[in-house]
Design a protein around this ligand. Structure first.
Ligand SMILES: [Zn+2]
Length: 181
């Protein structure tokens, strides 16, 4: 899986969430099937210093992993923002990249236009490499065309962004794309 494909609406949810949390770091989980994003979960950052770190709430994460397993979604990426730095993995980002099969998506907000980059991080080796991020429905980002009613297994319809109540009572935001059966 060398690239991640994300529908524009879900991509926008990530950007909006990161801007909303500014100057704190925002974080969330990105679910998908074979590199195609199906849902974005914006979750609370419970780091002790959210201005320079992020930590996905472990209880929310466990709930989301269960939900994703039930839907046969993979953990495609984990995202977080860098409110005042470049969109490059920091040393602590690499140290806490426990899910090596998932991409790391970083949104840098140090410029007027968000700087969004995708990485594959190998925690144990302490290395990372940039990966391709394709925004579907946005040609400027090289993402190709979104075919809402295509017969190619692509998404058919959007569910609007909706608040998603984890059984723990913590509120997170979920937006997802429905696949044709
Ligand atoms: Zn970081």
């Amino acid at each position: 899986m060398a690239a991640m494909r994300i529908p524009k609406q879900l991509y926008q949810q990530i950007i909006d969430h990161c801007k909303k949390e500014y100057p704190r770091e925002a974080c969330g989980l990105v679910a998908g099937v074979k590199g195609l994003v199906t849902a974005v979960f914006s979750v609370p950052n419970v780091a002790s210093d959210p201005y320079s770190n992020y930590l996905v709430d472990s209880t929310v994460q466990a709930e989301l992993f269960r939900l994703m397993a039930a839907k046969n979604w993979e953990l495609t990426a984990i995202y977080h923002s860098h409110p005042s730095g470049a969109a490059c993995p920091s040393e602590s980002d690499i140290r806490q990249a426990y899910y090596e099969d998932a991409f790391m998506l970083i949104v840098g907000l140090h410029r007027t236009k968000p700087d969004v980059r995708l990485y594959r991080v190998q925690r144990r080796r302490g290395t990372y490499a940039q990966a391709r991020l394709l925004v579907l429905g946005d040609r400027k980002n090289g993402g190709g065309t979104l075919r809402p009613r295509g017969d190619d297994g692509f998404c058919r319809s959007w569910s609007g962004g909706k608040e998603f109540q984890c059984p723990t009572g913590r509120l997170t935001t979920m937006q997802s794309v429905l696949f044709p059966r």
